[in-house]
Design a protein around this ligand. Structure first.
Ligand code: NAP
Length: 457
């Protein structure tokens, strides 16, 4: 099988690679295990120094621009966002370099022993199956805590970003991590089962779609290995009467359009109470009409292409099905064809009926679903009427409303008067069909360690 890098802004193929044979794959897994036997003996100070060096490389202005361009070329994100993504990768390396030792330090427990405590010890090789939408950030937020904890990493990246995948391995090697500690595996999705079932591989994490998550969890379940899953989302963005409307609209547009609309935690369903619905809607439509679509390498561009031809076709299918099913299209609703790539017009669909087949879908592109509700009860009920539960954003100045939203919204995170975002300092993850387990923060580094209980008399 071949793995191809295609520029979604032009449809032109950039580079093609052959997938690893199963024999080479096996050799790489053994190499990971050999590397682990030595790497597990390294100190936190040494791992921290390597992570700091990786951060320095990522912060180098010229280098980081080249890596940002690579992301934009392979998957189409606007260049400014790609530059910011490289910087964010540096910040997660620094965060775990600075706090890893404190997170992993032994913890005393008072029991009937003379002394008892917990130790956090590495497990071995951890497999990461990653998506293309944040080709650097998704990998670094897995790798920084995993390597700090003393594990070694095997990356199966999405098939459309092979050059990013290869580059990330080079960065870790250049930072000084020993060979075999971080390896990119250019493999196809069906080869993932071979990796997770290898005895040297101890656990796996996947960020991606529900079918991919189910497939990995099944394969891991057969061999009793732990998984962390970060899957899809259809996050609500609730706006109530007391919200600062101008700020809410500005953030709503940003939250929906980030990464050309292809973010798991993008706000996807905008739920607005009736009293402010007309004002919100007219400002929202107006802001969408001003977005610049075009070449993602141009700094003026707000919305670039979708990453793949299939993704562009799928979003159009969902939009047309929603309109046929009773939604009103306020703006957009079709492909944008002034350039040859996979572009889609920023689109707002109002009041998709619950009976429509797309009502509970995740829309992975520049399409906002707008709903009006009579009050907060209805807003919360609608927000929770979703198979997903990743991160909710709610806009209100009313303290009692804030408390209700925090308590009642079914999601892994609630952001009040702000956009849902990932941050190395805050645990990240979902409930319901958005997955399980957490990345980032202290919980993130504790997902792939042996929490060993020690009892001494
Ligand atoms: P995807 O098709 O599931 O791909 C993600 C990764 O899984 C890729 O590396 C892919 O490899 C691999 N994969 C696909 N099918 C597989 C299988 N049956 N077994 C093992 N691996 C498999 O996802 P996508 O469409 O590229 O990404 C979009 C989805 O990811 C959205 O639902 C989005 O919400 C979600 N996402 C979630 C988060 C989060 O943190 N919760 C973050 C970003 C994205 P190939 O490329 O070779 O198929």
């Amino acid at each position: 099988m071949s793995i191809t890098s295609t520029n979604p802004a032009t449809g032109q193929q950039l580079k093609t690679f052959s997938a690893l044979s199963n024999e080479i794959l096996q050799i790489k897994i053994l190499e990971a295990d050999r590397a682990f036997q030595k790497y597990r003996q390294t100190t936190w100070a040494q791992r921290s120094a390597w992570l700091h060096r990786a951060a320095e490389l990522l912060r180098d202005e010229q280098q980081s621009l080249a890596w940002a361009k690579l992301m934009t070329l392979e998957m189409g994100k606007p260049i400014e966002q790609a530059i910011a993504e490289v910087q964010k990768c540096a910040s997660v390396c620094e965060y775990y370099a600075d706090h890893g030792a404190e997170f992993l330090a032994p913890e005393k427990c008072s029991t009937d022993a003379s002394e008892s405590w917990l130790e956090y010890q590495p497990l071995g090789a951890i497999l990461a199956v990653m998506p293309w939408n944040f080709p650097f950030w998704q990998v670094f937020r897995f790798a920084a805590p995993t390597l700090m904890a003393g594990n070694v990493a095997l990356l199966k990246h999405a098939s459309n970003v092979p050059q990013c995948a290869i580059t990330i391995e080079e960065i870790f090697l250049k930072a000084g991590f020993p060979p075999g500690v971080f390896q990119t595996l250019l493999i196809s999705a069906p080869q993932v089962e071979l990796v997770i079932s290898a005895p040297q591989v101890k656990a796996a994490t996947l960020t991606g779609s529900e079918p991919a998550g189910i497939s990995l969890a099944q394969a891991a379940g057969k061999v009793l290995k732990k998984t962390v899953l970060e899957l899809g989302g259809s996050d609500p963005f609730i706006v109530t009467t007391s919200a600062d409307l101008d700020e809410a609209v500005a953030v709503a547009v940003k939250a929906r359009m980030l990464n050309n609309g292809q973010s798991c935690i993008a706000a996807k369903r905008f739920i607005v109470v009736e009293s402010i619905a007309a004002a919100f809607t007219s400002k929202f439509v107006q802001a969408f009409s001003q977005l610049q679509i075009g070449d993602p390498l141009d700094k003026q561009t707000n919305v670039g292409p979708l990453a793949t031809l299939a993704g562009c076709a799928e979003i159009d299918r969902q939009v047309q099905a929603s309109i046929t099913g009773g939604a009103e299209c306020l703006i957009g609703g079709k492909k944008w064809s002034e350039l040859p790539g996979y572009f889609y017009e920023p689109t707002i669909l109002k009041n998709i009926p619950p009976t429509c087949a797309t009502y509970r879908d995740e829309f992975f592109g520049p399409v906002a679903l707008l709903f009006t509700v009579s009050d907060l009860d209805e807003a919360i009920a609608l927000a929770n009427d979703s198979p997903f539960g990743l991160g909710a954003s709610a806009w209100t100045q009313d303290a009692a409303e804030q408390q209700r939203l925090i308590r009642e919204l079914e999601s892994g995170a609630v952001f009040i008067n702000g956009m849902v975002k990932s941050d190395p300092r805050l645990p990240f993850g979902g409930i319901k069909r958005s997955g399980y387990g957490r990345e980032l923060g202290r919980p993130g580094i504790l997902e792939f360690v042996n929490i060993k209980t020690i009892w001494v008399k």
